[in-house]
Design a protein around this ligand. Structure first.
Ligand code: ATP
Ligand code: MG
Length: 610
């Protein structure tokens, strides 16, 4: 796994502005768009009929023309939570349908009974909605389950046997492996290959009726044991498996193989462009073979769907494999599927990432035919850019130390006015209370200033942002020499927003909250879950490469306005980064805050002064 140029190509060129998901505008062109545009120009799919629901040729026959110019689909297997890689596929498929007058289906590819659960179905529905996409069109919900097609798939299998295109093979798994051949050697025919169709049919029905043991036989397509493409050497299409399915329960003990089921699902749903990742390229000949056989038998409507492959998303500093994500959750390396450090969409949402951030990311990385690595910072840039546009500013002191304004009367307090968004005056200002004792960041004071330090040190003046200019007079320390309070004097003529306020020039500008008004709150500083760009790529297992500093919990002092933040409301904490209100771990209805992303990329650039 070597770094490709894309790893370090941060792609930070100016990008077109934001766009709502339902809004059609010209997106960056790519090879998939070119195929679709050519098909539309040629009217390739114009004659398809749509019977109002997925189905065989009979369902669509005589029905009106399909109102959807194209149909795409996002077909997750409900065996885990969706991750950032899925977001790319979702944005791509739903985006294509949106841009070309089509419809994108959400289809649960639930043909493998063992690992699938309703919990995953629900979380997937949630995640696709959250990303801003919908499968409703013209009053119809295009949410489908592959398991609803089990009857058709079985009928199609009987048809394949009857037409001489499939047979029941009773070789052991070991024998089947041995007779498959290799990349350089042809395979050999099974002794069962030429058994009479009536015999295969009888046995297939017995298999369906539970009269044979799991694994004792399979149904295979009869294609060519000498094909240079191993996937065409009589692939298995049905296997016996006694397992309870999350929707069909114990109705079946015979389940279709994924490679058999998927093309049929596409065809029944009138999918035109079946977009999938590159590893399926070798399956395309079987996809086409199977659909051709069923169409020539009159079972499926023409024109048939076409499979188009693109490179999957590989993202540095995360793992995007369901198996590894399950391991992280089950072994409790993280707090659950929505742990803000996980690359799941549920996690990203709790982390404060925005759907628009993901849509921009998908647009920016584009689609290609060649595998490459995208640096995690590209995603962070997209999220940061969007949050910068939408997040209101608030003040939080994350590492508080007391600042006492000795010449400010103890009984007095006043309001300062802070803009909610510096580039959006229409969002107004809010009142921030000021009084004699404030909280400031510990790092904003140095008793013995380093060279080039412009913030508080004895004798130096700074502006309290939105307030007065203050001059530092010294500090108090405890017995161990730790600074416990900083002292200063304010200049009453310098209040921000009053005439002549800026006649006193200072180099430093620090944020603060009034100690009497601020409230103490838990804040979680999340960082990357892994400390290396390619977890698990070297000699060490990926679990050894977890970042021990991926979560730091601190107690901060926040401005009072934050107390009433709503669930998932996002803010910029001035000078610190973007944070989201998390009400699930709230104390008495007061949110805690999760850091989504810092103000700058601290992984690839040195951390700067605020
Ligand atoms: P697995 O095969 O390990 O169960 P999967 O990631 O392939 O996991 P699916 O539920 O089959 O999971 O994926 C649904 C869709 O998401 C597929 O069409 C797949 O191509 C796409 N997808 C999955 N991972 C990525 C990725 N990293 N980049 C782009 N698309 C992806
Ligand atoms: Mg898959």
């Amino acid at each position: 796994m070597s770094d490709s140029p894309a790893t370090h190509n941060r792609k930070t060129a100016p990008q077109p502005g934001s766009r709502a998901p339902g809004e059609a505008t010209a997106s960056t062109s790519n090879f998939i768009r070119s195929v679709i545009e050519a098909d539309l120009a040629a009217g390739k799919y114009a004659a398809r009929a749509w019977g109002g629901r997925p189905g065989s040729a009979g369902t669509h026959k005589g029905a009106p023309a399909d109102p959807a110019k194209i149909r795409t689909r996002f077909p997750p297997e409900p065996n885990g939570y969706l991750h950032i890689g899925h977001a790319k596929s979702i944005c791509l498929n739903f985006g294509l349908a949106r841009d070309y007058g089509g419809i994108c289906h959400l289809r649960f590819d639930d043909t493998n009974p063992e690992k699938e659960e309703q919990e995953y179905v629900d979380s997937i529905i949630d995640a696709v909605h959250w990303l801003g996409f919908s499968w409703e069109s013209g009053g119809t919900s295009h949410l489908y389950y592959a398991s609803d097609y089990f009857d058709f798939m079985y009928q199609a299998a009987e048809y394949l046997i009857e037409s001489g295109h499939a047979y029941v093979d009773q070789q052991t798994a070991e024998e089947m492996r041995a007779s498959r051949g290799t990349l350089t050697e042809a395979g050999t025919n099974s002794p069962w290959r030429d058994r009479p169709a009536q015999e295969s049919l009888r046995i297939l029905r017995e298999m369906r009726d539970g009269r044979h043991a799991d694994g004792s036989m399979v149904l295979r397509a009869k294609i060519d044991m000498a094909s240079p493409n191993i996937n065409l050497r009589d692939p298995a299409i049905y296997r016996i498996k006694r397992a309870t399915h999350h929707r069909t329960s114990d109705k079946w003990c015979l389940y279709p193989m994924y490679t058999y089921a998927h093309p049929i699902e596409d065809a029944l749903e009138n999918i035109t462009h079946s977009v999938c990742t590159l590893e399926f390229a070798d399956q395309r000949p079987f996809y086409d073979w199977l659909l051709e056989r069923l169409a020539e038998g009159g079972l499926l409507q023409r024109p048939l769907p076409q499979q188009i492959e693109f490179a999957r998303l590989n993202l540095t500093y995360v793992v995007l494999s369901k198996r590894k994500l399950i391991e992280l959750v089950e072994e409790k390396h993280v707090a659950g599927w929505d742990d803000p450090r996980l690359p799941t969409l549920a996690g990203a949402r709790r982390r404060g990432y925005t759907p628009e951030g993901f849509r921009r990311f998908a647009e920016r990385i584009g689609v290609s035919k060649a595998d490459s690595w995208i640096d995690y910072s590209v995603l962070e840039d997209c999220v940061r850019e969007h949050l910068n546009e939408i997040a209101e500013r608030r003040i939080a002191v994350l590492d508080p130390v007391r600042l006492v304004i000795d010449n400010y009367p103890a009984i007095r307090e006043e309001e300062c006015h802070a803009p909610n968004h510096p580039q959006k005056p229409e969002l107004g200002k809010r009142a921030v209370p000021l009084s004699r004792e404030l909280w400031i960041e510990r790092e904003d004071f140095m008793e013995n200033p380093a060279k080039g330090y412009f913030r508080l040190f004895p004798g130096n003046s700074v502006r309290l942002r939105y307030g007065y200019v203050v001059k530092c007079t010294g500090c108090d320390k405890d017995a161990q020499g730790n600074v416990i309070a900083v002292h200063c004097q304010y200049d009453p003529d310098t209040k921000s927003g009053t005439p002549g306020a800026d006649k006193v020039k200072v180099k430093g500008n620090i944020h603060w909250v009034s100690a009497n008004h601020a409230y103490q709150c838990e804040v979680r500083l999340y960082d990357r879950l892994f400390k290396v760009p390619h977890p698990g790529a070297g000699d060490r297992g990926y679990l050894q490469e977890l970042n021990p500093e991926s979560k730091r919990v601190i107690t901060a002092q926040l401005e009072p306005a934050l107390k009433s933040a709503k669930a998932e409301e996002r803010f910029q904490f001035e000078r610190h980064g973007y944070f989201v209100a998390d009400l699930r771990d709230s104390r008495a209805g007061v949110p805690v805050f999760n850091r989504a992303v810092t103000l700058r990329d601290s992984w690839t650039k040195p951390a700067g002064q605020p």
